[in-house]
Design a protein around this ligand. Structure first.
Ligand code: HEM
Length: 481
C-alpha cells in the first residue's frame, strides 16, 4: 500500500483531475458531402433581451444555455440579425484552430477592439496582411527573447510592492496593471524604469493608465456598444483615444527624427525598419495601430490574470501556503523545481480565463458534432465553458493547481491564449511575467481576502476581470532582495 502510494507520480495525480471529452466530428464539409444544414438549438428569447443578457451577464448567460441547450447552441448577434454559434467541445476547437486560414478567419476584426486599435494591426487584420505582421512580430516575443526581461520584471514588481500599505485594503488589479504596463512599455519603446516626466513615453504611460481607469466605469459598456462594428471610434471613446494618440504619434515622430532604429532592440525600432515586399515602410497610422494593440493587449490581460490568481489563492489556503513556501525557499532566482508556480498559473488561467471567448467565421459549411452550419457562420469558442467541462476537468469549479503538476496543458482543452495561427503573440511574455510577479508577491507578502465570498467576474471590452479588482489586505510585508 505504502509502496504503491510512493510510486504515484504528479502525472498520475493530475490524470485523475484531467480527463477527456467524448469524440465529436468537426471540420469543413467535403464538396461531395450532401447532408443538409442542421442548425444547433437557438436561445428562445427576443434578440434585444439576448443582447442585453449577453452584454451584462455573459457568464451566467453561457453557463445557463450550455445547461439548457447542450455544448453547441446559437444566439443572435449583438448588432445585426445574424446568429452566432457557440461551442465548447475540444474537437470543434481543434477543427477551427487547425483550419486553413481562409476557411476560418478570426472574428477579431469585427470585435469591439476594432474601433480602438484600428483595422491595421496584427490583431484585427486577416489574410496575407495578418500573416506578414505576425511574422514580423514573432521574434521579439519568442520564449528566449523574453527571458532577458525577467530581471527587469522583478525590479518593476519590487518597486510596486514597496508602495503597498500594510493592514489596509488594496485592489491588486491596478497595481499589477502598473507593473505590466511598465514591462510592455520597456519591450516596445525600450524605456527601462519609469520614463521621465515631460517625455512622450511618460505621457503615453499616464494616458493609458487614465484611459484604462475610465474603462472600468459602468457607462464605458454603453460607449463600447455604440462603437461596435465601427471602423473609426465615435463619441467619448474618440476623445479618449485622441488623447492617447497624441503621445503615440509624438513618439513615432521623435523616433523617426532620431533615425537610430537600426541600433536599437525595441519593437518600435523593429517596426520602423520593416518594409513590405516592395520596400514600402509602415505608415504612421499602421504603426499607431500596431503599437496600441501591443500596449493594450500586452498589459491588461496579464495584469488581470495575476489579480485573478491572488483572488483565487487567498480563498484556497493549501494552494496559497504551498506557493509561499516555494517562493520563499532558496534563492535560486526564479526556480520552480516542482512546477507549483507554473501549475498555479495554468489553473488560474483555466478557471478564470481573462478572455473568455474567441471566434472564427467559417467560410465553408462546417460540421460541429451532430450539427452542420452554413458558410459565413460566426462560430464562437467559449474558453470559459470548455475550461469548465466536467468530463475534462472533474470538479471544474474547484481551484486545484495540482491538476497541472507534471502535465502539459492540452492544446485544445486549455486555450486561454487561443490557438492556431491566431494564438496569442505575447503568450511567452505573459507566462514569464506571471511567473516572476506571482513569485515576488508570494515571497514578499502575506495577503488575506477582504471578503470571504469569491469576487464575481465583470466584463470590460473582451475581457473578464475580478469585480472588485481582487481586494486584499497585506497582513505582513518583507523587504525586497
Ligand atoms: C495573460 C495574458 C494574456 C492572455 C490571457 C491573452 C489572450 C489572448 C487571446 C485569447 C488571443 C486571441 C487568440 C485567438 O483568437 O486564437 C490573443 C491574441 C493576441 N495577443 Fe494576447 N493574451 C495575453 C497577453 C498578451 C501579451 C503580453 C501580449 C504582448 C504584446 C499579447 C498580444 C497579443 C496579440 C498581438 C494577439 C493577436 C495575435 C494574432 O491575431 O495573430 N497578449 N491573446
Amino acid at each position: 500500500m505504502l509502496a504503491s502510494a510512493s510510486a504515484t507520480t504528479h502525472a498520475d495525480d493530475a490524470h485523475a483531475l484531467i480527463g477527456e471529452a467524448p469524440p465529436s466530428p468537426a471540420g469543413p464539409l467535403a464538396a461531395d458531402d450532401l447532408r443538409p444544414i442542421a442548425l444547433p438549438p437557438a436561445i428562445p428569447l427576443p434578440r434585444a433581451l439576448q443582447t442585453l443578457r449577453f452584454s451584462v451577464r455573459q457568464i451566467e448567460f453561457v453557463f445557463r444555455y450550455r445547461r439548457l441547450l447542450g455544448e453547441t447552441f446559437r444566439f443572435r448577434g449583438v448588432v445585426d440579425d445574424e446568429f452566432v454559434v457557440l461551442t465548447s467541445h475540444p474537437d470543434h476547437v481543434k477543427s477551427l484552430f487547425t483550419a486553413k486560414p481562409d476557411d476560418a478567419p478570426s472574428l477579431t476584426g469585427e470585435s469591439p477592439l476594432r474601433p480602438i486599435v484600428g483595422p491595421n494591426s496584427v490583431l484585427t487584420a486577416i489574410g496575407p496582411r495578418h500573416m506578414r505582421q505576425r511574422k514580423l512580430l514573432l521574434p521579439p516575443f519568442h520564449g528566449e527573447a523574453v527571458q532577458r526581461y525577467a530581471e527587469m520584471i522583478a525590479a518593476v514588481a519590487d518597486r510596486e510592492i514597496d508602495s503597498w500599505p500594510v493592514g489596509k485594503p488594496i485592489r491588486l488589479a491596478p497595481s499589477t496593471q502598473a507593473i505590466t504596463l511598465d514591462v510592455i512599455m520597456a519591450g516596445i519603446f525600450g524605456v527601462e524604469g519609469l520614463p521621465e516626466k515631460g517625455t512622450p513615453e511618460r505621457g503615453l504611460r499616464d494616458a493609458i493608465r487614465w484611459a484604462v481607469g475610465l474603462s472600468v466605469r459602468p457607462e464605458a459598456q454603453l460607449f463600447e456598444l455604440l462603437n461596435i462594428r465601427r471602423e473609426e471610434p465615435a463619441g467619448p471613446l474618440k476623445r479618449l483615444l485622441d488623447h492617447v494618440d497624441r503621445f503615440v504619434y509624438a513618439l513615432i515622430d521623435q523616433r523617426r527624427e532620431a533615425g537610430d532604429a537600426a541600433q536599437r532592440a525595441d519593437i518600435l525600432s523593429l517596426l520602423l525598419e520593416a518594409t513590405d515586399e516592395d520596400g514600402t515602410p509602415l505608415t504612421d497610422r499602421e504603426l499607431r495601430d500596431e503599437l496600441l494593440t501591443l500596449v493594450l493587449a500586452g498589459h491588461e490581460t496579464t495584469a488581470n490574470s495575476l489579480a485573478w490568481a491572488f483572488e483565487r489563492l487567498v480563498r484556497t489556503p493549501a494552494a496559497y501556503d504551498r506557493l509561499r513556501d516555494i517562493s520563499r525557499s532558496g534563492d535560486a532566482a526564479f526556480a520552480d523545481e516542482d512546477g507549483w508556480i507554473e501549475a498555479t498559473i495554468h489553473e488560474t488561467m483555466r478557471s478564470r480565463p481573462v478572455i473568455p471567448m474567441i471566434g472564427r467565421r467559417v467560410t465553408r459549411p462546417w460540421e460541429l458534432g451532430e450539427y452542420r452550419v452554413p458558410a459565413g457562420t460566426s462560430v464562437a469558442m467559449s474558453i470559459l465553458l470548455l475550461h469548465h467541462r466536467e468530463d475534462v476537468y472533474p470538479d471544474p469549479f474547484a481551484f486545484r493547481p495540482e491538476r497541472f503538476l507534471g502535465v502539459r496543458p492540452g492544446t485544445y482543452t486549455w486555450i486561454p491564449f487561443g490557438g492556431g495561427i491566431r494564438r496569442c503573440l505575447g503568450a511567452a511574455l505573459a507566462m514569464a511575467e506571471q511567473r516572476v510577479v506571482l513569485r515576488a508577491i508570494a515571497r514578499r507578502t502575506d495577503l488575506v481576502a477582504v471578503d470571504a465570498a469569491p469576487e464575481h467576474a465583470r466584463h470590460r471590452n473582451v475581457t473578464m476581470i475580478p469585480q472588485e479588482g481582487a481586494r486584499v489586505i497585506v497582513q505582513a510585508k518583507r523587504p525586497s532582495g
